[in-house]
Structures are given as structure tokens and as C-alpha cells.
Design a protein around this ligand. Structure first.
Ligand code: BDR
Ligand code: CA
Length: 298
């Protein structure tokens, strides 16, 4: 199994990604950390614990709560897309599990420093925790094999015409991550808006199993929609780890705009040192097939 650290803001598409991460033998989640993003960090943490308990992983996967606001920018949520709770549409039982006493950034440092092998970090929310980790504990950098992120875009945005939500939420953190020298796979909106889960597959989910029912209910309340098909943004990070050959990447120098009307835009150039491997396409059919197979196997 690939050992991964997951940093998330669940979030409906985060929930879909987490459902697979917590149940697929291909992955071993060493630590699950939360950040303010789609909803407040208190809510994203509750949602992470809800899913950990839903999949009976409370004694297996530790959860640590992270940053409650971006580094510099004022925090604005996306409850208009994911609902007030961040996972609208399903009644989860009251959570019994508690989080680690350490802050997410401290917990990440511990897991990385205690590991003999390098690990992959997967980030599907604002990059606040990762930026703090890089600045506070640079000794972890050699322990990170790669960072696979959902965020940014080569082109169209979803908060403004040019800015994607995870980068827009904390552009300064994104800039710290992208210029850290770490090996980064950036899967942005230009690709995740292609990787739609089809309406037919969403309709099938409820008949598969309890996880399918839960995800179908969440997807019905997920305002990110294209004629009934739904972008599975964050799920692409795990799909990449499972089937890298389904993606095409190109190296770019990415700069993040941190102020003004283009705030949160990720500008890609090829005229100086490239720092990021950016996804430019994904096999949508393979994505749908993999997603449905994984949910069916739960
Ligand atoms: C990203 O923003 C969040 O709302 C989603 O969970 C995803 O991580 C898409 O822009
Ligand atoms: Ca997310």
C-alpha cells in the first residue's frame, strides 16, 4: 500500500476521495489532517471524524485538526456549494472519536520524522497547513516524496474567472508550497472540470451499497453540477496515485497572484525554471470506471 498523509477540508468531493482512501488497500492513510476551507475547521474536522467512523477506521487512522484561517487573507467558506455542515444530505451519528491533542502541523511533522521511507502528501483543501509545515519544520522536506494537490488552474477559475477555490482561499500558502522545491503534482480545475462523474453513475450509486447511498445523498446536495454530472475535483488526486498513466502532465513555472482582482490565479509560464508538474488532461472514462469499481468494492 502507498503510505499517504491526507490534508483536507471535507467537503463533499473531499468526502468522496476520503471514502476511497479509507477503504482501498492500495492506500494506507498514516494521518488525516483538516483545514478551514469549504467550511470552518471545526466542521471539516467533524466531517473527517464522521467518515472515519462511517468506515470503522477510528482505531486505525489518526485525525488532527489544523489551521482555522488562511495565513493572511480573510477566511471565506464555500457552504453555498457543500451546505452548512460541509457534507449536506446525510445524517451521520454523533461523533464519538476525538482528534489528536497535537495541531495538524505538529502531527504531520511527527509522522514524517518517524518514518523510514519518504511519504506522499495529498492536499485537497487550502494549503495553509502545508505552508506552515514547510516554514516551521523544514527538516521534514527530505521525508516528502511528493505532494499531490487538487488546486489552481491552467485557465478558468471557479471563484472568479481566474481563481480556483483552494488557491484563492489561501494564495500565500499556495505560493509557499509551489516554491518550496518539493516535487509537486498539481491537478487543477482545467482537468478536474473534465473528470465528471456521469449522471448515470450517480444514479447507480444508491443501489450499490451503504457507501454508495451516502455519497449519492451528498452528491444530490452538491451545488457543483454540470447538467446532473458532478466534478469530483479532489478524487483526482487518488486516481492519479492509482493510475498515473490516465493523466498527462506538463512542467510549468507557476506563480500565484496574491492580491488584486486576479487574487488566487495560478499563472503558468515556460520561460524560467519550472517548479510544478501540472496536469493537462485525464482519461474521463477510466476515471468513472475506477471510481465505480472502488465504491462497489467497499
Ligand atoms: C476545490 O474547492 C473545494 O470546494 C473542493 O472541495 C475542491 O477541493 C475545487 O475548486
Ligand atoms: Ca476540498
Amino acid at each position: 500500500a502507498q503510505k499517504i498523509l491526507l490534508d483536507m477540508d471535507p467537503g463533499i468531493d473531499d468526502a468522496a476521495a476520503l471514502s476511497i482512501a479509507l477503504t482501498d488497500d492500495a492506500f494506507q492513510v498514516m494521518l488525516l489532517t483538516t483545514v478551514a476551507g469549504n467550511v470552518s475547521v471545526d466542521k471539516t474536522t467533524q466531517n473527517a471524524l464522521r467518515l472515519v467512523e462511517f468506515f470503522h477506521q477510528e482505531n486505525v487512522v489518526p485525525v488532527a485538526a489544523g489551521a482555522s484561517a488562511p495565513l493572511i487573507k480573510k477566511y471565506v467558506d464555500a457552504s453555498d456549494i457543500h451546505g452548512e455542515s460541509g457534507m449536506a444530505g446525510w445524517e451521520f451519528p454523533t461523533v464519538k472519536t476525538t482528534v489528536l491533542p497535537e495541531h495538524a502541523v505538529v502531527a504531520m511533522r511527527q509522522v514524517l520524522m518517524n518514518s523510514q521511507e519518504k511519504m506522499t502528501v495529498v492536499a485537497t483543501g487550502a494549503f495553509t497547513n502545508i505552508a506552515l509545515l514547510i516554514r516551521m519544520y523544514p527538516e521534514v522536506l527530505p521525508k516528502i516524496a511528493q505532494v499531490v494537490v487538487m488546486g489552481g488552474s491552467l485557465g478558468v477559475g471557479n471563484v472568479t474567472s481566474v481563481a480556483e477555490f483552494n488557491v484563492y482561499t489561501d494564495p500565500h500558502a499556495a505560493q509557499i508550497l509551489l516554491t518550496s522545491g518539493l516535487s509537486i503534482k498539481m491537478i487543477g480545475l482545467n482537468v478536474t472540470l473534465q473528470a465528471l462523474l456521469s449522471k448515470e453513475n450517480i444514479n447507480k450509486l444508491g443501489g450499490i451499497n451503504q457507501t454508495g447511498k451516502m455519497l449519492q445523498a451528498l452528491f444530490m446536495h452538491y451545488a457543483d453540477d454540470q447538467d446532473g454530472a458532478k466534478p469530483m475535483h479532489d478524487v483526482n488526486t487518488l486516481f492519479y496515485l492509482a493510475q498515473p498513466e490516465a493523466f498527462v502532465f506538463e512542467d510549468y513555472a507557476i506563480d500565484v497572484i496574491t492580491q488584486g482582482p486576479a487574487n488566487g490565479a495560478t499563472v503558468a509560464t515556460k520561460d524560467h525554471n519550472t517548479n510544478v508538474s501540472v496536469a493537462t488532461s485525464v482519461n474521463v472514462e477510466a476515471f468513472n470506471k475506477w471510481f465505480m469499481t472502488k465504491i462497489t468494492a467497499i
